[in-house]
Design a protein around this ligand. Structure first.
Ligand SMILES: [Fe+2]
Ligand SMILES: [Fe+2]
Length: 201
């Protein structure tokens, strides 16, 4: 059994402390040695979680995985870069665990791997999507206006107009998840330097 399999099965060496305050350099060498292998599995865990959206319609014309694939496909076919397309693919991954704030979940997952602008789009897309329907549910469709001062306002409005609000067509020929998997692996292969310096603080 190789090291990765040992880690996955809990058979790898473990730190000896019972309370973190009793930890030693040796303990942290053990933990640090296994962190890299665990982090390497992030794209797999994200893709596995994304699949939970499969078949979940919630009353929409398409299920949530199809909406995600369609948003990403539209962005890809419009010539967007890989980081943008991966953001588009994952923008609603928080629907399962963040029923009241789903954009925050996706934004947190992609934050180490994308630009400040793409992170902002992901985090705020909920309010910008509201422009298309909040007036039907007793909310202010123009709530996004509170973000007019952001340099990313137009980019977020464009994401919603071109890709997100447009991705509910059952007849659209979206690419399958396998098409995007290599992109997810490449974008999530390594945190951006800015994310590394924040993590180290
Ligand atoms: Fe959303
Ligand atoms: Fe969406």
């Amino acid at each position: 059994m190789d090291v990765d399999q040992d880690i996955a099965h809990g058979a790898a060496e473990r730190a000896k402390f019972r309370e973190m305050k009793d930890g030693t350099a040796q303990d942290w060498a053990v933990i640090g040695g296994q962190y890299r292998a665990f982090a390497k599995g992030l794209p797999d865990r994200v893709l596995t979680h994304l699949k939970i959206l499969d078949g979940d319609f919630g009353g929409f014309p398409v299920h949530r995985l199809e909406h995600s694939l369609q948003t990403a496909t539209r962005a890809h076919r419009d010539g967007r870069g890989e980081d943008y397309v991966v953001m588009a693919l994952l923008h609603d991954i928080g629907d399962t665990l963040g029923s009241y704030n789903h954009p925050d979940v996706a934004a947190a997952i992609i934050k180490p791997f994308v630009s400040e602008e793409l992170h902002w789009i992901c985090q705020h897309h909920g309010a910008f999507q509201g422009y298309y329907f909040w007036h039907y549910i007793g909310m202010d469709k123009d709530a996004r206006d509170e973000f007019r001062g952001s340099p990313y306002f137009d980019a977020c409005a464009e994401f919603c107009e071109k890709y997100d609000q447009a991705a509910f067509d059952p007849d659209y020929d979206s690419e399958p998840l396998e098409f995007f998997e290599p992109m997810v692996r490449r974008v999530m292969a390594k945190p951006l330097p800015a994310a590394m310096s924040v993590a180290a603080e």
